[in-house]
Design a protein around this ligand. Structure first.
Ligand SMILES: [Zn+2]
Length: 475
């Protein structure tokens, strides 16, 4: 069986085939760094982490891009409210986002383009859309996208014209546009923007980018740079972004390139906390740092999230989190038993445990190949723990094979308790990264070598090049 993924464009689960295998280009909409990202945002980022890791497990070479929205209505308003410049206000939230990402063991993307550092690409994209006649300057001096000029509009969200009108945000600039559905590509600079340093010069007037434009410009710029293409293999995000954000991204990108923007669209469902939509008003608003401060093991959060399919709403409750915590401890104990057997040299070769592990791996792959069915993959995992413990009780052989298979699955799910995980998996990953960096350095690809160093640093690994080779330590 091969990997099949649900595609929002077709509303079907389809076989996944990238444009230029084994390379897969993956773009995921990143956080708006006006404040701490909440747990609902992290459910989306964790589903994308599962996707990324399973693609890699399946042998793909993933290039993952995640943008940071550091200029938009909310960041400007928050910066003004705090009496700071835009960059001063967003910097600590960018830092916090990376810390939360690392706490939740989310693999770092290969590129984190920031909107404020990608203005040139955005200006070029607007110019192109103006040249092509699909954008125009409104009476208010802002630049708008003319939806009537893009016949494919609405294909992703499948909303009809009437719904699109209702869905379009009613704004005070309504009369500046030719059509109420049209959306701003570039907003004319207002005094409030200037005050926080959120305005840039452009041939079509001083202003700032619209949020939708940011993602189109950054994704197109990044995939052109990394892979020489104008089409993404996968674009992913939360289900709340389908309309208008992703619909608008498609319109802008395809009107500019005349190529499909993304071949596969994946959307993750919402997170509810204790039965209702998360909100400050209901007192159930949670951030990743709340969990970290409460000493919650990230493995438990991950396992809890994997136990609901990404296309189903997930209810985060204290009982479910406690249950997931017990699950990861059981898993940690099972791994420790396998390790003990192997170290005693008893677990070599084939045997009952190896058979169980092989069956598990088949079930695990079949589950994840089926539109990332993580709940089924987890069920197979705990079946292995159950049957494996019984086999260990009677001294069955095959522990070494079982351990290898288990660790391989952990590269995808990554749900071993924090302490247990450190020794085995991280060490192996560090060795792998150091080898890759060594290779890059020998090939004089210092950019790649630096990138790997940053990747290591993001997981707390400090390295030092010495005459006798590269040394590392955890900080
Ligand atoms: Zn986006």
């Amino acid at each position: 069986m091969t990997l099949a993924l649900h595609n929002t464009l077709t509303r079907r689960v389809e076989p996944f085939a990238p444009l230029a295998p084994p390379r897969v280009t993956l773009y995921t909409c990143g956080p708006t760094v006006w404040n701490f990202a909440h747990l609902g945002n992290f459910r989306t980022f964790l589903f994308e982490d599962l996707l990324r890791r399973y693609l890699e497990y399946s042998g793909y070479d993933v290039f993952h891009i995640m943008n940071l929205t550091d200029v938009d209505d909310r960041t400007i308003k928050a910066a003004a409210g705090a009496g700071k410049l835009l960059g001063e206000h967003t910097a600590p939230f960018v830092q916090a986002f990376f810390e939360d990402r690392d706490y939740l063991r989310i693999k770092p993307a290969h590129a984190y383009p920031r909107a404020t550092e990608s203005i040139a690409a955005m200006v070029r994209l607007v110019e192109r859309l103006l040249e092509r006649g699909v954008a125009y300057k409104g009476d208010d001096g802002s630049i708008y996208f003319a939806i009537a000029k893009f016949p494919g509009y609405g294909r992703l969200s499948r909303l009809d014209t009437r719904e699109l009108k209702v869905g379009a945000r009613v704004a005070s600039d309504e009369y500046a546009k030719d059509d109420p559905r049209d959306f701003a590509l570039w907003k004319k600079a207002e005094p409030a923007d200037e005050q926080v340093g959120a305005a840039w010069d452009a041939p079509f007037g001083r202003g700032r980018p619209g949020w939708h434009l940011e993602c189109s410009a950054m994704s197109l710029e990044q995939i052109a740079k990394c892979c020489g293409t104008t089409t993404l293999d996968i674009h992913a995000g939360g289900v709340d972004l389908v309309f208008p954000h992703h619909e608008d991204e498609i319109a802008q990108s395809e009107a500019a390139t005349a190529q499909p923007f993304a071949r596969h669209w994946l959307h993750g469902e919402f997170l509810n906390v204790r039965g209702t939509k998360m909100s400050k008003r209901f007192g159930n608003f949670l951030t990743a740092r709340d969990l970290r401060e409460q000493g919650v093991d990230a493995a438990a959060v991950r396992l809890l999230f994997w136990q609901t399919h990404y296309r189903k709403a997930l209810d985060f409750t204290d009982e479910a989190l406690t249950g997931a915590g017990a699950g990861v401890r059981r898993l940690g104990e099972f791994r420790a038993r396998l390790l003990g057997e192997r170290e005693k040299g008893k677990g070599e070769g084939e045997g009952k445990l190896a058979g169980l592990a092989t069956k598990f791996e088949t079930d695990f792959r079949a589950a994840l190949d089926d539109d990332l069915n993580a709940p089924r993959a987890c069920a197979a995992l705990f079946q292995l723990v159950h049957d494996g413990n019984a086999a260990l009780d009677v001294g069955a052989p095959g522990a070494a094979v079982a351990l290898t298979v288990l660790d391989r699955a952990m590269e995808v799910l990554d749900v071993l308790p924090t302490a247990k995980r450190l020794d085995a998996e991280l060490r192996r990953w560090i060795q792998d990264r150091l080898a890759a960096r060594d290779k890059a350095r020998k090939a004089k690809d210092f950019k790649e070598a630096d990138r790997i160093r940053a990747e290591l640093a993001a997981r707390g690994v400090e390295i030092e090049d010495t005459p006798s080779g590269t040394k590392w330590r955890l900080v």
